[in-house]
Design a protein around this ligand. Structure first.
Ligand SMILES: Nc1ncnc2c1ncn2[C@@H]1O[C@H](COP(=O)(O)OP(=O)(O)OP(=O)(O)O)[C@@H](O)[C@H]1O
Ligand SMILES: [Mg+2]
Length: 326
């Protein structure tokens, strides 16, 4: 694969990722801030892509939720998160731009801001880079297993999943609204969640990680697997895989409702119609709902032709080589 090096983080910081389509701006001009780490949120043994802490920034309230992302290797992005592509992307950087959890979230929040629909999720306010001292403090205080120097030398990846290809990169984080609700959702939230979900698809966002733990107070809090149009997926996938991806979204939402509802003794006699639609996978635009790849993303581009040309050149060998080596 050409270009196996990940680009350094831009200085001064720019909206990320630096590919056509939506981007998230830095939270401060420098993308650095004084952060007071109050406590770790979530379950350190269960959450995979990041560490989330309640924080205070710049010594002032409000409190925020700061999601700090682990690094992902190019191999993992190619062979796991990006495996459904028929052709290979032309560089390691492109795998990172489109499949790395931090970039996936940046692209979703950028789109919600473009469209004035930040109500569709717990809000994100911008990204930050941690200083080495801040990263060391989180590592020291986290409930996650720590790495000894020996393990680090053997394995080559540190606490943050940082491998040789990421050595030059700071830990990346997104500043989010701190949600205090304990429950992911209540029966009253079901119609709104279903509508929000359809709206996300209409805005070109395929969430791809629908489960109970990724909702709080009736809103989605985690977009680390999301694909936001423009994205390699529609051009680089066969029709069957796209349909399967579209159909699995409402089914996973239904499963989340049922699992949580059973654990909370919901009265299933008054479950709203939206839940049934969800069960059948029926979107407003037919059996698979709205296809996110039909979203008109060009309308936001200053130079739509250049953006289109970029998207046509993301494939290795112009898309003639199959992705999988078996
Ligand atoms: N905005 C928020 N407000 C309060 N708590 C949050 C917020 N975002 C995340 N959390 C807590 O942190 C946990 C992990 O967050 P999140 O789901 O975003 O990361 P993750 O699970 O590591 O990612 P993934 O699910 O892709 O592995 C959540 O389950 C929740 O308990
Ligand atoms: Mg999660």
């Amino acid at each position: 694969m050409g270009g196996s090096f990940l680009a350094p983080l831009p200085n001064p910081p720019e909206p990320l990722p630096m590919v056509p389509g939506p981007k998230l701006a830095p939270f401060t001009r420098t993308a650095h801030a004084a952060i007071e780490f109050i406590e770790e949120l979530g379950n350190p043994n269960q959450d995979m892509d990041g560490l989330v802490w309640k924080v205070k920034i710049g010594g002032k309230e409000p409190y925020y939720a700061l999601k700090m992302f682990l690094f992902t290797s190019t191999e993992y992005l190619m062979k796991d998160l990006g495996i459904d592509l028929i052709w290979r992307l032309a560089s390691a950087q492109l795998y990172s731009d489109y499949f790395d959890p931090f970039h996936c979230e940046c692209r979703v929040y950028g789109r919600l801001k473009q469209e004035g629909r930040e109500d569709l999720a717990a809000r994100a306010h911008g990204y930050l880079f941690l200083t080495p001292q801040q990263a060391a403090e989180v590592e020291e205080r986290s409930g996650r297993p720590k790495f000894s120097q020996e393990e680090y030398e053997q394995d080559g990846t540190d606490f943050w999943g940082r491998d040789t290809e990421h050595r030059h990169l700071s830990v990346r984080a997104i500043v989010k609204e701190l949600v205090s609700a304990d429950d992911p959702f209540t029966p009253e939230d079901v119609p709104q969640i279903w509508n929000d979900f359809e709206d996300l698809h209409k805005l070109g966002i395929l969430v791809r990680d629908i489960n109970t733990f990724n909702y709080m107070g009736g809103k989605i809090i985690d977009f680390s697997r999301a694909w936001t149009t423009p994205h390699p997926f529609p051009a680089g996938m066969d029709d069957y895989t796209i349909k399967r991806a579209l159909k699995s979204e409402p089914l996973k939402l239904q499963k989340a409702f049922i699992e949580w509802g059973l654990s909370r003794d919901w009265d299933w006699d008054i479950i709203p119609e939206e839940m049934l639609q969800c069960t059948r996978g029926l979107g407003q635009d037919g059996p698979y709902g709205t296809n996110p790849s039909f979203y008109d993303w060009w309308k936001w581009e200053k130079d739509p032709d250049a953006a289109e040309a970029f998207m046509n050149c993301i494939w290795e060998d112009g898309g003639n080589e199959p992705h999988s080596e078996g």
